[in-house]
Design a protein around this ligand. Structure first.
Ligand SMILES: [Zn+2]
Length: 273
């Protein structure tokens, strides 16, 4: 086991190398970090601001009582301490209702929440060149397997450390792409960041992801490096996929990129009224 000091240096180098090797941030880029107040996105915020300075934090308050209000408060304190600008947008202000108020059991909360979050992020990140997210190696290797198991090739374009360039979307970057979740936890503990260490949203109902996560964690124990291997193989396959052909129209309500006349987010919002 390396010493704590060695670990911190090696961890930061790994993130910096990912940013550099995949051109996640280029000279002059304005970067916004999609923050939840959780460990992963707070760490991305900290490191990108340390490397490049001038990074802005953007948070979406879905209105999940006892959960998001707490994590956004942690984020406010963190941003104050670090001198980072924080912008918070809420479901309630954007379309008049919090997530708690719109759920009636007929829709999957994670689908609704994720879709509307993305729309809000996209809307307010429009003045930036990149949106950074906290996805780590565990999240990403799980996602590759889940897409494979469900034969879902549609999500491929957003599955590397940097998303493809699509008009109307700010490019997504994932600086923690090659960082194991347990190393993220170790880093934020060593640094004493006041963040929630577990993914604990009360609406979390993704049983399928839980299965895949347990399967991979088990497998990694006896086959060290398997998560990394999955992502490396995935990236080498991605090189041969032409992802630039994806084209979008525009939503007739919000003007955002959309496959149909009305984007998914606006379809949900319409159904809540
Ligand atoms: Zn729309």
């Amino acid at each position: 086991m390396d010493s704590d000091e060695e670990f911190v240096v090696a961890f930061e180098k790994k993130v910096f190398d990912t940013v550099k090797n995949f051109n996640l941030v280029e000279k002059g880029d304005r970067v916004v970090v999609a923050c939840s107040g959780g460990k992963d996105s707070t760490l991305v915020l900290y490191l990108l601001n340390k490397f490049f300075g001038g990074v802005v934090a953007l948070a979406v308050d879905e209105g999940i009582k006892g959960y998001r209000d707490k994590s956004i408060n942690d984020l406010k304190i963190f941003c104050d301490e670090q001198g980072i600008e924080l912008r918070v947008y809420s479901f309630a202000e954007e379309f008049g209702k919090s997530l708690d108020k719109v759920l009636d059991g007929s829709v999957n909360p994670c689908t609704v929440c994720g879709t509307i979050r993305r729309q809000i992020l996209n809307k307010y990140a429009v003045d930036f060149d990149k949106i950074a997210t906290g996805h780590n190696m565990d999240d990403e290797s799980q996602a590759v397997l889940m897409n494979l198991f469900k034969s879902n090739v549609d999500l491929l374009w957003n599955s590397g450390p940097i998303s493809g360039k699509v008009e109307g979307f700010v490019q997504r970057i994932k600086p923690l792409y090659f960082c194991l979740e347990r190393d993220v936890v170790r880093y934020v503990k060593l640094k004493g960041f006041k963040v929630c260490l577990i993914k604990s949203c009360p609406y979390r109902v993704t049983a399928f992801r839980k299965q895949v996560r347990e399967l991979l964690d088990d497998y990694e124990l006896s086959n060290v490096g398997v998560k990394k291997n999955i992502l490396e193989k995935h990236l080498s396959l991605l090189k041969n996929v032409n992802l630039k052909k994806r084209t979008f129209g525009y939503c007739s309500v919000c003007g955002g990129p959309s496959l149909g006349k009305l984007c998914k987010a606006c379809q949900f919002i319409k159904s809540f009224k």
